[in-house]
Design a protein around this ligand. Structure first.
Ligand SMILES: NC(=O)c1ccc[n+]([C@@H]2O[C@H](COP(=O)([O-])OP(=O)(O)OC[C@H]3O[C@@H](n4cnc5c(N)ncnc54)[C@H](O)[C@@H]3O)[C@@H](O)[C@H]2O)c1
Length: 260
């Protein structure tokens, strides 16, 4: 049975990787509306306007930007340890960086899958309430393409299926006090989707395969961000959430059972 407990964000330290991207901006705005104590925005891209706008939304939250390339393990360690050094705890870590570009398979896997796995493993050590942490919540941003085939972007789809990696057993929760949640956005208007989303496919001719995912009405990043933050507040360990067209729904994946 999964552990579920309402999680109050007030006074918490939130680390958002990919925080200057579209869904990152929508989600950081929603976190700021909860009176968190610290927001650490970690991203490869610095955007002064975005950071200024975050600070204006809630001047009482301490805001910091740390440059991070999630494909670099030493940078992950340096950034997360800097947060602990300055703010003492990480209460929420969001893995929200991602690309959708099949022209460089290794890079796509490194950013979308290996990076979030590395940050999760590192954060487990720093957030563990039986060590120096106080437990908390880790959110991995997968995709509707992590729940069903998205064949024009087969590698992206594989990385997003992989983001539902299982480090969610009660066994881990009891040892650490950390819950791990998986959020799967549907089509959301952002820089990622406003760039030609059907080009940069697995093969040059993959653009011919359009999918239902790309035909649906896009939601806004603000709608997506508000849902992500509500899912953190619900805090059901191991839960997977589909967030599309402005609505959220918990998804239960089938499990293969060994025959007796
Ligand atoms: N927009 C959608 O329709 C949609 C749907 C499903 C899932 N998603 C997922 O949501 C997440 C956010 O997507 P978005 O739409 O906001 O895209 P976006 O391009 O606006 O934001 C992605 C962010 O990731 C950052 N990033 C990229 N490479 C990085 C690296 N090496 N190290 C650190 N940061 C890096 C970028 O700088 C950017 O700020 C992604 O994981 C994406 O796959 C998006």
């Amino acid at each position: 049975m999964s552990t579920s407990s309402n999680f109050s964000l007030k006074g918490k330290v939130v680390v958002y990787i990919g925080g200057t991207g579209g869904i990152g901006i929508g989600s950081c705005k929603a976190f700021l509306s909860r009176n968190i104590s610290n927001l650490y925005v970690l991203d490869r891209t610095y955007n002064e306007e975005t950071i200024k706008c975050f600070q204006e939304i809630n001047p009482s939250t301490k805001l910091s930007f740390l440059p991070l390339d999630i494909t670099k393990n030493d940078e992950i360690s340096r950034c997360l340890e800097q947060v602990i050094c300055e703010a003492h705890y990480i209460d929420v870590l969001v893995n929200g960086a991602g690309i959708c570009d099949e022209r460089d398979v290794e890079k796509e896997i490194a950013i979308n899958l290996t990076g979030p796995i590395q940050t999760t493993i590192k954060a487990f050590k720093l957030m563990n309430r039986n060590k120096k942490g106080r437990g908390g919540v880790i959110v991995n941003i997968s995709s509707i393409a992590g729940l069903k085939p998205f064949e024009a972007k087969a590698v992206y789809c594989a990385t997003k299926h992989g983001l539902n990696f299982k480090i969610t057993a009660d066994f881990y929760f009891k040892k650490t006090g950390i819950t791990v949640l998986c959020v799967c956005p549907g089509l959301t208007t952002s820089p990622m989707t406003s760039k030609d989303v059907v080009t940069k496919g697995t093969f040059p001719y993959s653009a011919e395969i359009t999918t239902d995912v790309l035909k649906e009405k896009p939601q806004t990043v603000d709608e997506m961000g508000e849902m992500l933050v509500k899912i953190v507040e619900i805090n059901k360990n191991g839960s997977i959430w589909l967030c599309r067209i402005g609505t959220m729904e918990e998804i239960f994946l089938g499990m293969y059972e060994e025959p007796e």
